[in-house]
Ligand binder design. Structure first.
Ligand code: ZN
Length: 214
């Protein structure tokens, strides 16, 4: 996903070249230098001074640009939903402060939900408690060996299978996890919801951000 759009391929203009590199141009003024062998080895033909590259290659050529967009998108998303996924480890560290303020503890995140016919939501504090205790809502990424935190999921409590979405600290990305025992995860959310029901409170969100300086 780039800026919310999935692209199968991307057309890039060759802006200039040196003996061994091309300068590729994407949209208005976003350029990057790539080694000519990368174009050749990926069997990309140059037509009218343009190349068409796969979404995958685009991401690797323009990795810093893609990272910047991803970051901007995340900020926008965070402001909209207060789902500061990348802040989860930081918030766990500050759990004591969150525990002291009921409004913080029960803060509502609209992306934190699990269920299908019945949706369970949980307040910030409750989720952080669960993450801190390393319950089944946390796990270790096979690629980076770092922690991930499950924050949403959908599936059938009857067939048992479901898909969970987790934020992975090491990859700084979301992972989809298929499970055969969906109800156990739903049960965890349900339990958290029982002792930490979420409440919408825009003022408390702002206040917490100010207090923790993020
Ligand atoms: Zn990962």
């Amino acid at each position: 996903m780039l800026g919310g759009i999935f692209m199968e391929s991307v057309k890039l203009k060759i802006q200039s070249e040196t003996e061994d590199k091309y300068e590729l141009l994407y949209l208005d003024g976003v350029t990057t230098w790539v080694h000519k062998s990368l174009i050749r080895d990926n069997h990309i033909t140059i037509i009218d001074n343009q190349v068409e590259v796969s979404d995958y290659l685009f991401r690797s050529f323009f990795s810093s640009y893609v990272a910047k967009l991803k970051h901007e998108e995340r900020i926008k998303e965070s402001e909209k939903t207060f789902a500061y996924l990348e802040r989860i480890p930081f918030l766990i560290e500050n759990l004591d402060l969150i525990r002291k303020n009921k409004e913080y503890y029960h803060l509502y995140f609209d992306r934190f939900r699990i269920g299908h016919y019945v949706v369970f939501r949980a307040g910030l504090g409750g989720l952080l408690e669960s993450y801190k205790l390393e319950t089944r809502l946390t796990g270790t990424c096979e690629i980076t060996n770092q922690k991930y935190y499950i924050f949403s999921g959908t599936g059938s409590p009857f067939s048992g299978s479901g898909t969970l979405t987790a934020y992975c600290v090491g990859c700084d990305d979301l992972h989809s996890i298929s499970v055969g025992t969906f109800s156990t995860y739903m049960g965890e959310f349900k339990q958290i919801q029982a002792f930490c029901p979420p409440r919408k409170n825009e003022e408390a969100k702002k206040q917490l951000r100010l207090e923790l300086n993020f």
